[in-house]
Design a binder for this molecule. Structure first.
Ligand code: ADP
Ligand code: MG
Length: 360
């Protein structure tokens, strides 16, 4: 195992990159601690696979270095990096049995047969494919093929890191939940550094202790699932995480006072900086209906099981609220209030309000 450091990484798929848009990865500085469970979360095209392929050595970055502990591995090919990578689609040998598929990464490295048997059985049991060890991989269901592919990534215990690139894409929805919790359990047993790549916030939040959120080739925030939910440092994170995401509302600011639709809204604390585009960020969980003094019309109500997602309009701005209990009526005129200690200010996308009691 090792700590992995990415230092001043940039990558472009073009031969002569000039403008920032030419870069699939803009400027990445990041350390993955030994033994951590990480998720790399971001929308399709933000650079997740590019980053993984640079760590595994399938791709050489245009600029920057990769260190495993203190050793510079930037120039090393994949087979000298001791990394296991699980891809979006199963990579297995169809003509081999399940057992031989799992044994392959070990035999390939000259591991003795007694150890091979022990490890294969362990992993097969964890992934619940132990009753199909003698079957040919070709006959497996897509779910079991992907489990086998994951098993091939997990079977070695000498790897620096195991990386999963959207591994549940091909898995049936009802099995996804099960495999996800399985992976979490596996991390606790195997204790290898794991990087789980996904565009799905639920997958990221359930698997990882630390979530790295990416947008357009850049890291926007690194934090625990709770930190990302509580205090998004960027409106992108606020909007991307949560169901529904954070309300981002246009506002005006004078001094430390914020005004939405001409009315003052109390922020959590003092603000930083000045100028720029300012917005209020408030999660639907903290928008209350029937309190406060912002007049709004109820425009939509969705029953999502244990609560309602209510959409209200203030002029042209839509505000979502989560309501537990009785929902208001469609079309009704109501008042809205924002819970003050959850009302954030963003300036040019970045958080610009301080939590109450923090700072000067
Ligand atoms: P993600 O895995 O987050 O969906 P990728 O790392 O695959 O994103 O892609 C990041 C960006 O790089 C995208 O704009 C994508 O179109 C581009 N890209 C990816 N692979 C290549 C390639 N082989 N050649 C040119 N552009 C690529
Ligand atoms: Mg990808």
């Amino acid at each position: 195992m090792a700590k992995i450091t990415l230092s001043n990484l940039r990558h472009s798929y073009y031969p002569n990159p000039k403008v920032p848009e030419d870069y699939a990865l803009k400027e990445i500085d990041l350390t993955w601690d030994d033994g951590g469970a990480y998720a790399l979360l971001g929308p399709s095209g933000c650079g997740k696979t590019t980053l993984l392929n640079i760590i595994s050595g399938l791709l050489t970055p245009s600029e920057g270095r990769i260190l495993f502990d203190d050793a510079d591995v930037t120039a090393l090919p994949p087979d000298q990096r001791n990394i296991a990578q699980v891809f979006q689609f199963p990579v297995i040998y169809d003509t081999m049995t399940v057992y031989d598929n799992l044994a392959f990464p070990l035999r390939n490295r000259g591991v003795d047969e007694a150890t091979v048997t022990r490890r294969v059985n362990e992993i097969a049991e964890m992934l619940e494919v132990d009753d199909m060890l003698k079957r040919r991989a070709a006959g497996l269901s897509p779910d079991n093929k992907q489990k086998l592919s994951m098993g091939r990534g997990l079977v070695r215990d000498d790897v620096n890191v195991v990386m999963f690139d959207e591994p549940l894409t091909v898995i049936d929805p009802h099995l996804k939940w099960k495999l996800r919790s399985k992976l979490k359990e596996l991390h606790q047993r195997v204790r290898a550094t794991m990087i789980y790549v996904t565009h799905d916030q639920t997958e990221a939040m359930t698997f990882a202790d630390q979530v790295v959120v990416m947008q357009d080739g850049e890291i926007v925030q690194i934090g625990t699932p709770v930190e990302l939910f509580d205090r998004p440092t960027h409106t992108f994170v606020g909007h991307f995480i949560g169901s529904p995401g954070m309300n981002i509302l246009p506002c005006k600011v004078r001094g430390d006072q914020a005004f939405f639709n001409g009315q003052q809204v109390l922020l959590e604390g003092p603000t930083n900086g000045e100028g720029g585009i300012v917005e209020i960020g408030i999660r639907p969980e903290y928008v209350k209906i029937g309190v406060g003094d912002i007049e709004a019309q109820i425009s939509k109500i969705a029953d999502v099981g244990h609560h309602f997602v209510v959409e209200a309009r203030v002029g042209n701005t839509k505000i979502k609220a989560i309501v537990i209990g009785e929902a208001p009526e469609q079309g009704a005129t109501v008042t809205l209030g924002f819970r003050q200690n959850q009302t954030r200010l963003y300036r040019d996308g970045w958080i610009a309000s301080q939590a109450a009691g923090v700072g000067a």
